[in-house]
Design a protein around this ligand. Structure first.
Ligand code: FAD
Length: 474
């Protein structure tokens, strides 16, 4: 049966694109190296009809499929289990821009397009595709939609879901649903597009999408502010919304300890105000995009910062003088995950809580973890504008991080996720559920929500062949 299936797959996509031997680490291991599986084969179709034929062949053989884009996901959703029986279906050869509609402000693109290349394509047309995240050089738009990715511009433009107008999907039966629509209004029944977005490859395979584009701003300015507390950071967010309106395109928070790791492991990066008296506990990175001019942007930004200073929610701030200075500030922010990895193994939590409740949550969770797990170090940073924190936990200084993870990870997760639930938040803000957090979904979603999710899965994928064990437990 296996040989017959592999032969059929070779006939569909060509023998060169059915990989069974050699080093398949890039497809079989997740980005964080949390899981390593073994695939029956990695199959790389080049078109929607090829994807449909591959899915039909796998369905006929009862073989399950793990869709994969750039394999940068952080929840172990795009790699096979270790049974050696699953097909990894890689979309990376499907990377064409099918259409650009300047008047409708949309582009229709194939699922394997790299996010950064789509930003560049839009840019060449004098337009903006605003989805932006640190993995943009490797992640694909299909993966972005399947995880409903967020990133740094959500506060203004929304996450991947809000940027998508239509999808083309290959169903688990190998049928093609052409839902590629540039329509901004279409109230004709259930929203199938929104069902597939964020479903992490468990309901079908996204092969193409129609995405929204925006006018390029005339100017984009970045500021770095030191703030006296998380409550002050949230207060600054409120003032920024009020005074910049739609101009507020980025609002990131970074804890002092998170930045000290950047200073320790990347000493060439200069963190502004790191030496300020009393070591401010939090820093904020703000971005203001303006449709008029740089001067207009600067005036509005400076007025906001002056107000924040008088209000007491800001201790000091610097506005980047040039694009390269702005890039340096963003680079510091984006270096935190790498600095954290350099420091050693750690436990990540990608959580969201209503911005208004974040200060109370942080106070509660910081004290709880310090009390229950002495010596623990908290690396707290994230997209505060979206109520999204990366509330990560580093092993005690000088300790054995591997041992810490083995013995404490479950306990740390329980403490953090229980606290998140207590504050009405979500245990996964933007990284999805994957295999890694499928048990958390079972634990923290309501029974009603879970039973609707299972009913949807059963209706669309009755054979259970699409990414089994991802999102919903097997
Ligand atoms: P993959 O990792 O290949 O797959 C992710 C999931 O989508 C899997 O379940 C897979 O089965 C499914 N899938 C992939 N393609 C398809 C398809 N065409 N059809 C159906 N299912 C599919 N995420 C954020 O949201 N915000 C961030 O700021 C952010 N920053 C990151 C920074 C770094 C350094 C890294 C490594 C990751 C970051 N991520 C972030 C996570 C990751 O980049 C996103 O989840 C991204 O959207 C995944 O895209 P991908 O193409 O790599 O998908």
């Amino acid at each position: 049966m296996t040989t017959t299936l592999l032969d059929t797959l070779r006939q569909i996509v060509g023998a060169d694109h059915v990989l069974t031997e050699g080093d398949l680490t890039a497809y079989e291991q997740d980005w964080r190296k949390r899981a390593r599986g073994k695939a029956l084969a990695v199959v790389r179709p080049a078109s929607t009809p090829e994807v449909a034929a591959v899915v039909k062949a796998c369905a006929a053989a009862g073989c399950s499929i793990v869709p994969q884009g750039g394999n940068t996901g952080l929840s172990v959703g795009s790699t096979p289990d270790d049974s050696g029986t699953q097909v990894v279906l890689s979309l990376t050869r499907m990377n064409a821009v099918r259409a650009m509609d300047r008047d409708n402000l949309t582009m229709t693109v194939e699922a394997g397009c790299i996010l950064q290349s789509l930003q560049e394509t839009a840019n060449k047309e004098g337009l903006l595709f605003p989805l932006s995240l640190a993995a943009e050089g490797s992640c694909t738009i299909g993966g972005n939609l399947s995880t409903n990715a967020g990133g740094t511009q959500v506060v203004r433009y929304g996450n991947a879901r809000e940027l998508c107008l239509g999808l083309e999907v290959v169903t688990p039966q190998g049928e093609v649903w052409d839902g590629l629509s540039g329509l901004r209004k279409d109230n004709t029944g259930y929203d199938l597009r929104d069902l597939f977005i964020g479903s992490e490859g468990t309901l079908g395979i996204i092969t193409a999408a129609t995405m929204k584009l925006f006018p390029q701003p005339a100017a984009r300015l970045t500021a770095w502010a030191a703030v006296p507390s998380m409550a002050a950071a949230v207060r600054l967010l409120g003032l920024a919304h009020q005074h910049l309106g739609a101009g507020l395109t980025g609002f990131e928070v970074m804890g002092q300890f998170a930045l000290s790791l950047v200073t320790r492991h990347m000493p060439q990066l200069r963190v502004p105000f790191a030496g300020l008296k009393g070591a401010p506990p939090y820093y904020v990175l703000l971005e203001n995009s303006d449709s008029e001019s740089e001067q207009h942007a600067r005036e509005r930004f400076e007025a906001l910062l002056e107000l924040a200073f008088e209000d007491g929610c800001m201790l000091d701030a610097v506005v980047a003088e040039s694009l390269s200075q702005a890039q340096e500030l963003w680079h510091i922010r984006e270096s935190i995950p790498l600095a954290q990895a350099e420091e050693g193994l750690n436990i990540k939590h990608d959580i969201s809580i209503a911005a208004s409740r974040i200060p109370a949550f942080v106070e509660h969770a910081d004290a709880l973890l310090a009390r229950e797990i002495p010596g623990v170090r908290l690396v707290n940073f994230g997209h505060l504008g979206d109520g999204n924190l990366h509330y990560n936990v580093q092993a005690p200084e000088g300790g054995d991080a591997g041992e810490f993870l083995r013995t404490q990870e479950a306990r740390v997760n329980q403490l953090v996720y229980d606290a998140v639930a207590q504050f009405g938040g979500s245990f996964s803000a933007e990284h999805g559920v994957g295999q890694l957090k499928a048990d958390k979904l079972a634990q923290y979603k309501s029974p009603v929500a879970l039973s609707m999710m299972r009913a949807i899965k059963q209706a669309l994928d009755p054979q259970g062949l699409m990414n089994p064990g991802c999102v919903l437990q097997k």
